[in-house]
Design a binder for this molecule. Structure first.
Ligand SMILES: Cc1cc2nc3c(=O)[nH]c(=O)nc-3n(C[C@H](O)[C@H](O)[C@H](O)COP(=O)(O)OP(=O)(O)OC[C@H]3O[C@@H](n4cnc5c(N)ncnc54)[C@H](O)[C@@H]3O)c2cc1C
Length: 378
């Protein structure tokens, strides 16, 4: 049965009216494309010139979309959601600028895996390969020969990935690996298949991500499933539509190749839904990362066929109507909980602000629901 995702009473049960008012204001501001662009520009400038705006950010954007600056700061919110049936996925979202500290990111992600193993409120751990090493050698891999220093950087990234995955499997923690830009994704997928052959032998612990906004989304999913049979490991995936559409299309246009992204939203939607059906039919463990109501509804109807190893997931601060209504109807659901020092999660926050402008329509979705609930509470 498909739950009623318009039920705002369930969606916002854990939010106070004051919180909803704050959210309404924030989404209204982000709804203006011009304001978001100007705001982003001003925040970047203020951070660059060390103006004291950290507090302002922490009480607005950060509060809406992040769990805290540290795992410990996230804990209270995680427990609160847990009591409403919504689990968490702590996501170290620090994206250091010009001088990234990959070793520090590795240590923090390792800590997050341990944290997940110790907290009933958490469903998965997660990481991005690009947090563990530079993207340039990943991009070059398989296209042109790598210089020895590039080889060793890639080797180091691979080693970090292997260590994190082995650690997660040892602690019996399910670990998601995010998908990124198409030009580095082949390298990431290659490593993940090799790692899964070891770590997913008995149970599915490692979940690579497949982006179904790619024209070859289904082929990649089928290829992964074939590899799991040939190498005899348990298949598990996170399915998403994909976050880098503009960047992908712009690069393709600039370099004169055909964009890997579907030409219409309808094609992406069809591909994503086909992917969900395929995972259920093939018995692939699944985490569906989506805010799309139709796809979520589809997976609810498919759920009767495959109750084990299916998860729904949304991002913190968005689509509470899906998360909390799913939980109320006893579906397994979790929120990504981005965390990290305010200065380092800014790129993540800018992406959220971008995604929530009126251009994408996401803001309309959130605002409508918040307004409806405020009206109901009057
Ligand atoms: C829990 C979770 C984890 C995520 N992890 C990742 C990840 O690892 N990697 C990643 O890339 N993204 C990730 N995302 C982001 C995700 O890919 C989407 O950007 C976002 O969720 C919006 O898509 P949607 O399924 O919620 O649905 P909708 O809001 O219905 O769809 C929006 C999406 O459709 C696609 N789209 C929009 N217009 C067009 C068009 N004209 N032509 C073709 N396609 C179009 C784009 O992918 C766009 O983001 C994650 C999202 C969630 C909720």
């Amino acid at each position: 049965m498909i739950p009623d995702f318009k039920n705002t009473e369930s969606a916002f049960r854990i939010r106070s009216t004051a919180e909803l008012q704050r959210m309404k204001l924030l989404f209204q501001l982000m709804g203006s494309y011009e304001l978001t662009k100007i705001g982003t520009f001003l925040i970047k400038a203020a951070l660059k010139w060390h103006f004291p705006i950290k507090k302002l950010i922490k009480h607005t954007l950060f509060k809406q979309f992040c769990g805290g600056e540290t795992l410990e700061e996230c804990q209270e919110g995680m427990e609160k959601r847990y009591h409403s049936g919504v689990l968490s996925i702590p996501d170290y979202s620090a994206e250091a600028g010009s001088n990234p500290d990959y070793a520090a990111a590795f240590e923090e992600i390792k800590r997050s895996i341990y944290f997940v193993s110790q907290h009933r409120s958490c469903a998965f751990a997660v990481f991005k390969a690009s947090a563990l090493g530079p993207s340039a050698p990943m991009e070059k891999h398989g296209i042109s020969p790598l210089r020895p220093e590039e080889q060793s950087l890639l080797q180091q990234t691979k080693q970090y990935m292997q260590e994190l995955c082995t650690y997660a499997a040892q602690l019996r923690v399910k670990l998601l690996i995010d998908a990124e830009e198409s030009w580095i994704q082949d390298w990431i997928d290659e490593q993940v298949i090799e790692i899964s052959a070891h770590c997913n032998r008995e149970e599915a612990w490692i979940y690579p991500t497949l982006q179904m906004y790619r024209r070859d989304g289904m082929q990649r999913l089928q290829h992964y499933e074939r590899c799991s049979r040939e190498l005899q490991f348990k298949p598990a995936v996170k399915l998403v539509r994909g976050a880098y559409m503009e960047k992908e299309n712009a690069r393709a246009q600039q370099l004169g190749y055909v964009s890997p992204i579907h030409t219409s939203k309808a094609d992406t939607d069809a591909c994503f839904n086909k992917g969900l059906e395929y995972c259920v039919q093939q018995g692939i463990a699944l985490c569906a990362g989506t805010h799309n109501e139709n796809s979520t509804g589809l997976l609810c109807s498919l759920y009767a066929q495959k109750k084990e190893d299916v998860y729904f997931a949304q991002l913190l601060g968005m689509s509470d109507n899906l998360s909390f209504v799913l939980a109320e109807n006893k579906f397994p659901v979790a929120k990504y909980v981005p965390y990290g020092p305010v200065e380092l999660v800014m790129p993540y926050l800018f992406r959220r602000a971008d995604e929530n402008t009126s251009v994408t329509g996401e803001v309309g979705r959130e605002l409508r629901l918040i307004r409806k609930e405020l009206e109901r509470r009057k």
